[in-house]
Write a protein that binds this ligand. Structure first.
Ligand SMILES: [Zn+2]
Length: 294
């Protein structure tokens, strides 16, 4: 059995995603309680310079700087240096018997509601998804477990255990009450899960439907790097709703439907995420599968 002894709640990894930044404020002011009996917990703002500038990042995306392999756009970017500093100052070494969980809080401009992103299909995470889904039937559980833990570039993988909470739709730089409450609800459910798991009191978890990331959909560009197409209007705002075989994902500027689904069904999410603007990514796709709790 895994016993987590420290939880570090992170916000401002992206400096313009405000829900987490204000949850951190509520935690520091003792308005929102993250204490439980079986582990220590605290919160931290990560990219202070990006928060001050109200921008996602200064030079490179901090949430892509934690892979063990070096393939940096800018070798010594503000965020690359910050990633080293973050690990040195905050990550507990597991060879000393520490089991630290990082919970990284994010917003999306996509209509994804409260989504728990799990980067491993191990029983600890499958059960976390089950517990959160039971407390919060409206939650989406998204597994992005196609890479090993070491190859994951997300900040929350800097420690032995980590998850992301992604809540939207909320425009970056804005703060909505409903989004703040959804994020608090999911964060509380994750903390309660860790407490129950530590106490070995998880005995009534049920199987549930979850999404498994498959691929990203690139927007086709012309010779000048401008877009030839956009998200099809039939799926705008419909994150995690099924798109069936033969149905289109994109539409050209001239109104021609393109990029049809060839699998029996797929589940788009991060639809029209504004942070993916520079990369010209229209959306990500997932399969829906039943997660069986053993
Ligand atoms: Zn983010």
């Amino acid at each position: 059995m895994i016993k987590i002894n420290n939880v570090l709640i992170l916000a401002g990894t992206h400096g313009n995603e405000l829900s987490g930044i204000y949850i951190d404020k509520l935690i520091r002011e003792n308005v929102y309680n993250v204490q439980r009996s079986t582990f220590t917990s605290s919160s931290k703002l990560v990219n202070l310079k990006a928060i001050e500038c109200a921008t996602r990042y200064i030079e490179t995306d901090l949430n892509r700087e934690f892979s063990s392999k070096e393939n940096d756009e800018i070798a010594n970017s503000h965020e690359k240096l910050l990633s080293h500093k973050f690990i040195a100052e905050n990550v507990q070494q597991d060879d000393q018997g520490n089991n630290q969980l990082l919970i990284d809080l994010h917003n999306t401009t996509s209509n994804m509601g409260a989504t728990l992103i799990l980067l491993s299909n191990d029983p600890f995470y499958k059960k976390m998804g089950a517990y959160v889904k039971q407390q919060m039937p409206e939650a989406n559980i998204l597994f992005e477990d196609e890479k090993s833990w070491e190859k994951q570039a997300y900040l929350c993988t800097a420690a032995k255990f980590g998850v992301m909470i992604e809540v939207g739709a909320q425009a970056h730089g804005s703060l909505q009450h409903s989004t703040l409450l959804l994020m608090q609800k999911m964060l509380s459910a994750v903390l309660d899960y860790v407490e129950q798991s530590n106490l070995n009191e998880l005995d009534s978890l049920k199987d549930y439907d979850a999404f498994y990331f498959t691929e990203e959909v690139a927007i086709p560009l012309d010779q000048d790097g401008l877009r030839n197409a956009m998200v099809h209007p039939a799926i705008c705002g419909k994150d995690f709703e099924v798109v069936k075989q033969g149905e289109p994902l994109l539409i050209t500027l001239q109104g021609e439907e393109i990029v049809r689904v060839d699998a029996p069904e797929t589940y788009p999410h991060f639809i029209n995420e504004s942070a993916y603007c520079k990369k010209h990514i229209a959306m990500a796709l997932a399969d829906k599968r039943l997660v069986v709790i053993e």
